[in-house]
Design a binder for this molecule. Structure first.
Ligand code: NAP
Length: 494
């Protein structure tokens, strides 16, 4: 989504010829994380009016919490309506990129996604819009590769229905995060369908119980669609949700009214949806609300109360060829093992070899964790812009609000280079350092440091305590305003 947003901004800035810029996409279709995460039940967990760019409202949303296919359709339309298709190279990967200080150009190596067919691109600017949720993370459980049944990862869900059919089968799911909360109710429904076959079963392996709030979803009706065509009302609805979600940001701070409300809502939701007190106890989160991404779901708990579903809270010892063995010595035989175990967010951009002037590697500069100026620019790496880079994730609102601000900032830098007759722009090292020191000081002791999550680096014990590298701790307005400030004091040009 961030790549498309950048493309729209470039075209609006006058770069309209196919050779002016190029969008490289490794998948065979558009959608980014929404292309990869096509598991059943995938949908966005912020209200859809906020999950469209401000310059491209979508009056077609069918539900308040849009499903993945709808979001993909939105992106396809966006690309078509804004003339991006001639700029897009599908099925190609960037493998390496090197900044040439003499010419002020990036030399970018690409290849066909399946391998082979290498091609060198040359560009003044390189924008990395790969996002933090692109590399699937398989669980580090012994024996995983020996599993003889079907093994699936939620973030690489196969398009072929024959590979994902689970009716009547014994299914195991590892993980209980946002993804599992959407996928599990669907799998529970599908496994229960027996037809001529005996009913299947589902074992959900939970390492940590999570906070779950109700999802106030609803289908949009004809009146909603008619009203959504009025730009004025459209903007009002968007502003309304913006305000509601910004208020929700207060829920991450101790002692606030918003937090008390969220805690009460979560307790009531659990009490109402899970009648069995023993099961309820096992679903109580052992960490403060907000430390991991809050789950918004109204069908997750009910799915766990179905007779053919088992919530397994004993630790997994190993995966065997026939199933999963837990610490109590019990092996659950399985036909299908689904890993809803998230993404590798720590090794950001590790899939490509990025070198600045003199050959310095970005992965080397980031050996203590990814770091950038406002998530966008990295000192020592001129003409490079990151979209959804370090510390720009949000736990409370739509990430598209952040993308738009980052795109405008990157574009302003590029225009400053062109207008000033320069060859390059780079953030000052001391500016980036000061920004990150202030950011980390603010994160110290915050709710996000109090449990293990993909928001931060693991500490030496692999649990909480590591540096928070994924999350922006503040409000959206603060972030957007910070990015809109004058460039000159923060950047060097050459
Ligand atoms: P996640 O939040 O990282 O959750 C991974 C799950 O796998 C956790 O429950 C984790 O347990 C478990 N796990 C990992 N390794 C394990 C192991 N070795 N043994 C047992 N359990 C293991 O990943 P996710 O659910 O895919 O979500 C990632 C992010 O994607 C979300 O936070 C959200 O930002 C985004 N997302 C968004 C939407 C949306 O609606 N927009 C939907 C899905 C995802 P622990 O908690 O104990 O580590």
């Amino acid at each position: 989504m961030s790549g498309l947003c950048m493309g729209v901004a470039l075209r609006r800035a006058g770069l309209t010829q196919p050779g002016d810029f190029c969008l490289v996409e490794q998948s065979p279709g558009l959608g980014g994380t929404w292309w990869d995460n096509r598991y059943p039940g995938a949908h966005v967990d912020v209200p859809a009016p906020l999950y469209a760019f401000s310059f491209a409202p979508n009056p077609h949303w069918r539900r308040r919490f849009a499903a993945a296919p709808e979001i993909q359709a939105y992106m396809q339309r966006l690309a078509q309506d804004h003339g991006l298709l001639p700029h897009i190279r599908l099925g190609r990967r960037i493998t390496a990129a090197r900044f040439d200080a003499d010419t002020g150009l990036w030399q970018i190596n690409t290849c066909a996604s399946g391998g082979g067919e290498e091609e060198l691109l040359q560009a003044r600017f390189l924008v990395c819009s790969t996002g933090p949720l692109s590399q699937p993370r398989w669980p580090d459980i012994p024996g995983l590769d020996d599993f003889a049944g079907r093994r699936l990862h939620s973030a690489r869900w196969p398009g072929d229905p024959a590979q994902t059919e689970v009716a009547g089968l014994r299914v195991g799911v590892i993980g209980t995060g946002s993804t599992a909360s959407q996928l599990v109710p669907q799998l529970v429904r599908q496994t229960a369908v027996s037809g001529p076959r005996p009913a299947g079963s589902l074992a959900l392996f939970q390492r940590t119980a999570n906070w779950v709030l109700p999802r106030p979803d609803r289908r949009y009706n004809t009146l909603d669609h008619a009203l959504a065509r009025s730009p004025l009302l459209q903007r009002a609805v968007r502003r309304f949700w913006y305000g509601v979600l910004e208020w929700g940001r207060r829920g991450f701070d101790e002692g606030t009214l918003a937090r008390r409300g969220m805690l009460r809502a979560a307790a009531h939701h659990l009490q109402r949806q899970v009648r069995d007190p023993a099961l309820r106890e096992r679903l109580r989160p052992p960490y403060p609300l907000g430390c991991k991404r809050i789950i918004y779901s109204s069908d997750y708990y009910p799915a766990l109360t179905q007779p053919h579903v088992e919530l397994v809270t004993e630790a997994i010892t190993r995966v065997t060829p026939g199933g999963v063995l837990t610490a109590d010595g019990r092996e659950r035989p399985l036909d299908v093992l689904v890993c809803a175990t998230g993404f590798d967010t720590v090794h950001l951009l590790s899939s490509l070899e990025l070198r600045g002037p003199g050959g310095a590697l970005l992965s080397e500069a980031w050996r203590s964790g990814p770091e950038a100026y406002r998530g966008v620019s990295v000192a020592g790496f001129p003409n490079l812009f990151l979209l959804l880079g370090p510390n720009t994730g949000t736990g409370h609102t739509s990430t598209l609000l952040y993308i738009e601000a980052q795109v405008q900032h990157s574009l302003a830098c590029m225009q400053a280079v062109q207008q000033g007759g320069h060859r390059w722009v780079a953030v000052k090292a001391e500016v980036m350092r000061a920004h990150n020191q202030a950011l980390q000081a603010r994160l110290q002791g915050s709710v996000w440091t109090q449990c293990r999550s993909w928001y931060h680096l693991p500490d030496e014990h692999g649990s909480a305590g590591g540096k928070v590298v994924a999350l922006w701790p503040g409000y959206t307005g603060e972030y957007v305003q910070g990015l809109g400030e004058a460039l000159s004091p923060s950047y060097d040009f050459g």
